[in-house]
Design a protein around this ligand. Sequence first.
Ligand SMILES: Nc1ncnc2c1ncn2[C@@H]1O[C@H](COP(=O)(O)OP(=O)(O)OP(=O)(O)O)[C@@H](O)[C@H]1O
Ligand SMILES: O=P(O)(O)OC[C@H]1O[C@H](OP(=O)(O)OP(=O)(O)O)[C@H](O)[C@@H]1O
Ligand SMILES: [Mg+2]
Length: 282
Amino acid sequence: MTLKIALPNKGSLSQSATEMLRESGYRQRDDAKQLTVADVENDVEFFYLRPRDIALYVGEGTLDAGVTGRDLLRDSGAKADEVLTLGFGASTFRFAGPRGRYTEVADLAGARIATSYTGIVRSFLEERGIEASVTRLDGAVETSIQLGVADAIADVVETGTTLRQAGLEVFGEPLLRSEAVLITRAGADVPDAFGVFLRRLQGVLVARGYVMMDYDIAEEHLPTATRLTPGIESPTIAPLDREGWVAVRAMVPRDGSQRLMDELYDLGARGILLTDIHACRL
Ligand SMILES: Nc1ncnc2c1ncn2[C@@H]1O[C@H](COP(=O)(O)OP(=O)(O)OP(=O)(O)O)[C@@H](O)[C@H]1O
Ligand SMILES: O=P(O)(O)OC[C@H]1O[C@H](OP(=O)(O)OP(=O)(O)O)[C@H](O)[C@@H]1O
Ligand SMILES: [Mg+2]
């Protein structure tokens, strides 16, 4: 059975999703107008759809899995589960209003709120017993206050630039922290190719998050050195021609790897090398 995967056709998640899939060795479209791509060799077919619709297709079982935003998944109410977070498309979902007007969520009682995510907003307010009217707009939600259609908004905030330019500020706790996720239908049987698909994506995440570190060190310092670089399973230790010295190789998180090199150098390690990992299966 061919694996059917939904990918965002445009918007903030589209390019990163396509890049990640290409890096995982799958055929991707080279023209943004293409709606489907069959990767026959890997027995996968890709469907490029609006990220908002992806949760519905996957939730109903029409497609086996998909890439969308956690906020869109929650808003849709679809019966799909997150199986992997993909490391891009991070944003928060927040209330905002004219500067100085609101300080907390409770101030929204009786207000008119505009948003593209009515599902999330309504259930958030309901849980807190706040009564307000919620209107759905398709986009450019920030402008609705100036136009007199709403008193406050709830929208995706990434850098905050759009809000600032509209003279608005966030208030209250975030409704949600979102990022791109891989979803499948709750409790569904997925084709065999899905196991391979998932492992490839996990491999890309590890290859992006880790680097390979090599160094030479005197054997007496090995216990401290391997505590600093424990690797994923355990580091590879190889003999060196130089008496009493060994070569160590271990994967280390990319973040903090420069500091780690400093610490190893101070410990007496030399010939410390960092190399990118192109792909991996753990
Ligand atoms: N700066 C951002 N603006 C909008 N959405 C973002 C941003 N960063 C991440 N996202 C995520 O992208 C998804 C929105 O998908 P959507 O297709 O609506 O993108 P979009 O950038 O709003 O595109 P468009 O407005 O052209 O439809 C959500 O999951 C949202 O959290
Ligand atoms: O915090 P920022 O970095 O400014 O990003 C957030 C803005 O980006 C999105 O708008 P988009 O460009 O998708 O337009 P839209 O409102 O028409 O969807 C989102 O709806 C916010 O308006
Ligand atoms: Mg948008």
